[in-house]
Design a protein around this ligand. Sequence first.
Ligand SMILES: Nc1ncnc2c1ncn2[C@@H]1O[C@H](COP(=O)(O)OP(=O)(O)O)[C@@H](O)[C@H]1O
Ligand SMILES: [Mg+2]
Length: 510
Amino acid sequence: MAVAVEMLNISKFYPGVIANDNVSLSVNEGEILGLIGENGAGKSTMMNMLYGMTQPDEGVIKLFGKEVHIQSPNMAIKLGIGMVHQHFMLMPNLSVLQNIILGNTPTKHGLIDVKQAKNKIEEIMETYDLPISLDEKIYQLSVGEKQRVEIIKALYREAKVLILDEPTAVLTPQETDKLLDVLRELKKRGCAIIFITHKLREVMAITDEIVVMRKGVVTGSLSTSEANTGGLSDMIVGRKVDLEIPRGEYQPGETVLNVENIHALNQRGLPALNGVNLKVARGEIVGIAGVEGNGQAELIEVISGMLRPTEGKVILKGEDVTNKDVRQRREDGLSHIPEDRLGMGTAVNCSIRDNLILNRYYQRPYCKNGILDNKKLHQLSEELCKDFGVKTPDSTYKLGTLSGGNMQKVVFAREMDANPDFLIAAQPTRGVDIGAIESIHHKIMEVRDSNRGVLLVSAELDEILSLSDRILVMYEGEIVAEFKRGEADERTMGTYMTGAKRQGGENNEE
Ligand SMILES: Nc1ncnc2c1ncn2[C@@H]1O[C@H](COP(=O)(O)OP(=O)(O)O)[C@@H](O)[C@H]1O
Ligand SMILES: [Mg+2]
């Protein structure tokens, strides 16, 4: 097969950072290249240059053997390059159809030819088994569905080269399997694919070639058939990684969170929670496992104060907070690492520093008589960056310049600095690299070991199993099973997660 993309001796300099230092990679038609490396390694920067979002300072890009200067995404699209971004680039208030044809609308006698567009899209959905309702608005879609729209959009533009930047970070295991099938089909049809991921299992399963980056340089370039996960993690991190987290003895103390018989509706006004009861004690991590969309998001919203339940109570440290707002609950000792860190957790156009202090700008000692003490704020934010390993030259940089994992560290640092009695961690390591996962897991364990409570919600069963003292499984708005640490394995949990089984329920098969 012919070579599709060559990026040769590429360098890209940002103030204070060499994002890419003499990096080369290539990918053939009908081939999948896995691009892996820690957060901040320079992967997205490489791909942003291929997609024309920014230009290299040095080096050459060739497409099907011809040198190209890709000045803009529009030009990249015309050259047959498609990209599914880490953070979706869709218009939330427009429909799926409008988003797909945006900027590439077929016309007939000067009028938009919707029928032709629809036919083409339906053919793509059929070929790759990517069903979606074209009339829904983007904001109504789940993350997995939004990604599907991005992929269809690229295929609609007839991409011959497809870049996917951490596409599985936001997906459930089932959605991930589905995506890998789509990629296999694309490969069969001759598409050249560059696939960025943190998950070595996926790299081993689907790629043909692998390029490993660390701190802007290539630290490994090999065929997947010659690779193994141990060797790859060492190339990624540059040292041996230990994913076993040490934990103190399990000594649950007083109840810090008590959720009683919660009923709630989702955004569309449909029942999402149907009588949820749960408790979290000091000194314990309670994990909630479940396929996404079974009420976990609404449960977190109810506990953190963003969603009013239609029935039931939330009791924090013995006090009924059901009618208190988010800020009051924070002041009562609740911290929350939200799942959607771009939407809810952060402001990308503000500085890292401002993001670190978003939730306490109104408090002393940072604010006296309504005036912010900039020096103190700067000191604090520099310290937090150091403590939590946020990789940035200066905390006055915009948050948007950070990689996904580093943004997550900022959110984490901010929430931990509030010194919570009770922490909600929702998908805390989603899209985060191996080294950062290690440090975030240690920090979560520190919360537990310092006699505070943690509610961990994660779609990663590995994460739930390795951290939790107790595990609850959610299915269709209810807790259908509970396990003590060590009692459950992935397979058993899977049968409850899919609703095939429930403890003590009417369809109990035990
Ligand atoms: N627009 C930008 N301005 C300044 N620095 C940037 C910008 N984009 C990326 N960087 C920096 O370049 C480095 C590589 O980032 P990135 O390519 O996003 O890494 P990865 O995708 O591997 O996590 C990081 O240190 C990041 O902070
Ligand atoms: Mg990236």
